[in-house]
Design a protein around this ligand. Structure first.
Ligand SMILES: [Zn+2]
Length: 82
């Protein structure tokens, strides 16, 4: 069984990198307000990002992988929930 929590949790990494937009980002924003676990995880991810020695500028290849992963999850969720 796949809850909204489990689905949105997969996007937190992309979310803190600013790679999630639009409706998905609003879903995550709303979920973070009601989910302490995701709030904590997002904060940890942001702290980890802040500790990086350089601003996160993923290579085009890495961005492509992130984008494809997000797209894959989007399609999976849209099929599942409409
Ligand atoms: Zn959650």
């Amino acid at each position: 069984m796949s809850s909204r929590h489990e689905i949105l949790q997969q996007f937190l990494g992309a979310y803190v990198l600013g790679a999630v937009d639009g409706a998905r980002r609003r879903q995550i924003d709303a979920h973070l307000e009601e989910c302490a676990a995701c709030t904590t995880e997002a904060r940890d991810l942001e702290e980890a990002r802040a500790l990086l020695p350089q601003p996160p500028e993923p290579s085009p290849e890495l961005w492509q992988r992130i984008v494809e992963e997000v797209r894959h999850h989007n399609e999976a969720q849209e099929e599942a929930t409409g």
